[in-house]
Design a protein around this ligand. Structure first.
Ligand SMILES: [Zn+2]
Length: 295
């Protein structure tokens, strides 16, 4: 599987020391409280004994076989992923399915798995804050949809670029700030339109298109960057006069959060600061090839 350039660019070395898993989970749940997750989501500890000791923590977007291979090779005692392994109800984790096999490999090798998904989306700072910074937003950020109990948190973020640029330049800047994928970054809208106020949402953000149409003009959003945008919603959004759209690979929009979560874990307590942590650079986006049409 492809990896990002710079073999240890995303690795942080600490002084090796075993830390009880229960402490690490407590810290992660303070940073990303499970109560902030959507009702349909499945977050928290997936497997692992709270009494076990961990020394190395691997951060990754997807709990897939290649990531567990990396965890085994590196000797991670805990893998923290953004996406849940078991989102829907299961009645078996027998090693007869891909997910069952992963569970078996992790338990057999003493690897715990913890998920912070929509609770990390809604955190401050959360997934969209890291995405906003990656694509060049340096100032204050505000949620696109503020949480009911705290308007500083919520879904998506809106902020301003230091100076106005064309949509074409912003698209290139976004591509330069995100990890490389076969999907790349594409934009809908006038390439020469000037953009300054930017909305972003890590992962599949088409659910916020209507929100933008309702509030977009009021908050004067010039461009919305997210992932997994489909033809019809994007086309109809343009017909309604919505802001320009920038669509990046799902994995790429969430990957910047990993380093943020890694930093926050390390800074959360003296004990957690003794862990050795690493952000996986495996490109686990679903898409591997990209070809241009020739006609
Ligand atoms: Zn996602």
């Amino acid at each position: 599987m492809a990896t990002l350039g710079g073999s240890d660019a995303a690795a942080r070395r600490g002084s090796l020391r075993d830390v009880r898993l229960s402490h690490v989970i407590t810290v992660l749940e303070e940073l990303y409280p499970p109560a902030w997750a959507e009702s349909w989501d499945a977050v928290g500890l997936v497997c692992g004994d709270p009494d076990q000791e961990v020394r190395r923590v691997l951060f990754a977007v997807d709990p897939v076989a290649a990531v567990i291979d990396e965890a085994l090779e590196w000797g991670a005692g805990l893998v923290v992923t953004h996406h849940p392994l078991l989102l829907r109800g299961v009645h078996s984790v027998a090693a007869t399915t891909p997910k069952g096999r992963l569970i078996h490999r992790m338990i057999t090798n003493g690897i715990a798995l913890h998920t912070a998904h929509t609770n990390a989306d809604r955190a401050d700072p959360g997934v969209s804050d890291a995405l906003a910074r990656a694509v060049g937003l340096t100032g204050d950020l505000r949620p696109m949809v503020p949480a009911d109990d705290d308007p500083r948190r919520g879904l998506g973020r809106i902020g301003e670029l230091d100076e106005p640029v064309t949509l074409r330049e912003f698209t290139e800047r976004a591509a330069a700030g995100l990890p490389s994928t076969a999907w790349g970054v594409r934009a809908a809208g006038d390439p020469d339109a000037v953009v300054r106020t930017v909305a972003v949402c890590g992962g599949a953000g088409d659910s916020l298109l209507d929100t933008l149409l309702d509030t977009g003009r009021a908050s004067r959003v010039d461009v919305y960057l997210t992932a997994d945008l489909r033809h019809h919603p994007a086309s109809e959004f343009a017909e309604h006069g919505g802001p320009a759209l920038v669509d990046a690979a799902h994995w790429a929009t969430e990957w910047p959060w990993l380093a943020d979560a890694e930093r926050r874990l390390a800074a959360s307590s003296p004990e957690a600061g003794k862990l050795e942590t690493r952000v996986s650079t495996l490109v686990t986006d679903a898409w591997r090839l990209h070809a241009e049409g020739a006609l």
